[in-house]
Write a protein that binds this ligand. Structure first.
Ligand code: GLU
Length: 277
């Protein structure tokens, strides 16, 4: 039942996109097939959303797979779509994806354009520095420093608002910031602690960087939806089920293993879901 209904919605959404733009759905490829679901994830955040060849891994991916299954979509019915920070609202508004699981912080500004289910995790904004740097210990030691973050992220916005005296360099993804940090062009990268931990722990980066470990925000990760979507309640039910049956913890442990990352135990697993409108 659910599967059919969602399929019909996906088809209708694709048709609407077609009608509006008269150039078909782009990016997802075959968004109107009816029995597939298009899910936006990050492709470049190890441990969260990561694409390597044809394989997609990470905590966001595991939560997305669990939720999709509960909505009636087996793994082979998922069409993964790249959802960089700056493109997420547009991807949802223009029906190029059905759901987004991409370290996507729920906030009021975004709620003007998109809907959210969840949260399924709560991260905190932190800093990544070179392993030998002891001059940066938190948000208050950033005066005169050069910081890299990503366009369209809450991380960049928070810095602009709360940390005057910092020079902010914006890139399209956090991996791009890493090159700048390693080369000495910037002093630190700022975004969510769990993202930074995943980046620092890859084989290529091991030993080069460290997460400062002094988070200064709360970043509740929601499932991004088109405002017209009627899937919010069903997604919240699925997330609750994932938490209750242990799959949530298993996925989180598996995807953060070896990174040294400790999720905030007071805020995780989340207990209060968004009111679906
Ligand atoms: N969670 C923050 C955000 O949604 C930062 C991570 C990201 O860029 O995805 O903007």
């Amino acid at each position: 039942m659910r599967k059919q209904r969602l399929g019909a919605i996906a088809a209708a959404a694709a048709a609407a996109t077609l009608a509006l733009t008269s150039c078909g759905s782009s990016g997802g490829g075959g968004g109107g097939e009816g029995d597939t679901v298009r899910i936006g994830i990050k492709y470049d955040q190890p441990g969260l959303g990561f694409k390597e060849g044809d394989s997609y891994t990470g905590f966001d991916v595991d939560v997305a797979k669990f939720v999709a299954k509960e909505l009636g979509y087996d793994e082979n019915k998922i069409e993964w779509v790249s959802a960089p920070s700056a493109n997420r609202e547009t991807l949802l508004e223009t029906n190029q994806v059905d759901m987004i699981f991409a370290t996507y912080t729920i906030n009021d500004k975004r709620k003007e354009r998109v809907g959210f289910a969840g949260p399924y995790f709560v991260a905190g904004q932190d800093l990544l520095v070179r392993a030998d740097d002891s001059s940066i210990t938190g948000k208050d030691s950033l005066d005169g420093k050069k910081l890299c973050s990503v366009t369209g992220s809450t991380s960049a916005e928070n810095v602009r608002k709360d940390v005057p005296g910092v020079e902010l360099v914006e890139q399209s993804g956090y991996a791009e910031c890493l090159g700048l940090l390693e080369g000495g062009n910037i002093d630190a990268i700022t975004t969510d602690d769990i993202i930074l931990a995943g980046l620092a722990a890859t084989d290529a980066n091991k030993g080069k960087f460290k997460v400062v470990g002094n988070p200064f925000s709360e970043e509740p990760y929601g499932v991004g939806l088109n405002k017209e979507s009627d899937k919010c309640e069903a997604i919240n039910t699925a997330i609750q089920k994932m938490i209750d049956d242990g799959a949530w913890k298993e996925a989180l442990d598996k995807n953060t293993e070896g990174t040294g990352y400790e999720p905030n135990a007071k805020l995780n697993p989340p207990t209060n879901f968004e009111a679906c409108s």
